[in-house]
Design a protein around this ligand. Structure first.
Ligand code: 13P
Length: 284
């Protein structure tokens, strides 16, 4: 089916008490693996692109892969732009066929973040695509952005309510203590804050920094209102290790063999997450 926006699938997840996995693709093969996992489990799925990946391949190539892979697929697939600080890149991606974008103004003061997010919302609304935005600052490294632990700060519930009242969002990413990349210690999540923000804003919450969270933490976050769960670092590891492990084990120089192993590794790990998030069988 044609690529879809977040709006038909996240409100359904919010009411159904499950979450839709949002997996960062690297290339054609990883995109194929992500969509295959979703098809096998009849799950809706979000394929996300970092700005770095968009710059590496170009918008047109990525959009054409997604159309080619998602077009004949029976499951709803969203093409989403992850953490973008640049309105010009948002515009390019929307023009190329992305069905969802995230504007990330979280490093800016509240008023400026809101004003820029509202501009992104106008662009998204004009094109009929969905918008995600961030408040507070999520720690760790994502794309070209690095937020040191001491600079990460949680979203304030009062400001979160004000933010969501003033801009139409399909997904809201308040910082609640998760971090991008590999956790150095036990992550300390502010579950009470997540519960309050999800309840008072009513907007489906996007959980960032999914790699390394325990199954119990995922279940708790989803029960409290997270309808979109982001996984990136785990895909990067599966991408590299899936290929390299096969090569080391078989000393194989036919690239299609390790490539097949890489696709299978990513497919399996994405499928495990889809099952855990409860979105299997929810494609309809
Ligand atoms: P991880 O890299 O920790 O999985 O986080 C992904 C993410 O939140 C992308 O925005």
């Amino acid at each position: 089916m044609p690529l879809v926006a977040l709006d038909p699938i996240l409100p359904a997840a919010q009411t159904g008490g499950y979450a839709v996995g949002a997996f960062n693709m690297v290339d054609y093969a990883s995109t194929l693996a992500i969509v295959r996992a979703a098809e096998q489990l009849r799950a809706p799925v979000i394929v996300q692109t970092s700005v770095k990946t968009v710059r590496f391949w170009g918008c047109a190539a990525i959009a054409s892969w997604l159309r080619e892979i998602a077009g004949p697929s029976p499951v709803p697939v969203v093409l989403h732009l992850d953490h973008c600080k640049d309105l010009a890149v948002i515009e390019q991606c929307i023009a190329a066929g992305w069905t969802s974008v995230m504007f990330d103004g979280s490093a800016k003061p509240f008023e400026e973040n809101l004003a820029l997010t509202r501009r992104a919302a106008e662009m998204a609304a004009r094109a009929g695509v969905s918008l995600e935005a961030e408040l507070g600052e999520i720690g760790g490294v994502e794309d070209d952005k690095s937020v040191a632990d001491e600079d990460a700060h949680l979203a304030d519930p009062e400001k979160a309510v004000l933010f969501c009242q003033n801009v139409r969002l399909s997904a809201f990413a308040p910082a609640i203590g998760t971090a991008h990349g590999i956790y150095k210690g036990e992550p300390k999540l502010a579950f009470d804050r997540l519960e309050e923000i999800a309840r008072r804003t009513g907007v489906p919450i996007a959980l960032h920094g999914g790699t390394g969270l325990s199954d119990d933490v995922f279940r708790k976050c989803i029960a409290l209102g997270c309808a979109k769960v982001n996984i990136s670092t785990q895909i990067k590891y599966a991408f590299i290790e899936g290929f390299v492990d096969y090569h080391l084990a078989h000393k194989e120089y036919e690239p299609l063999k390790p490539l097949e192993a890489q696709i299978e590794r990513i497919r399996r790990e994405v499928a495990e997450k889809i099952e855990l998030f409860g979105s299997a069988g929810r494609a309809a």
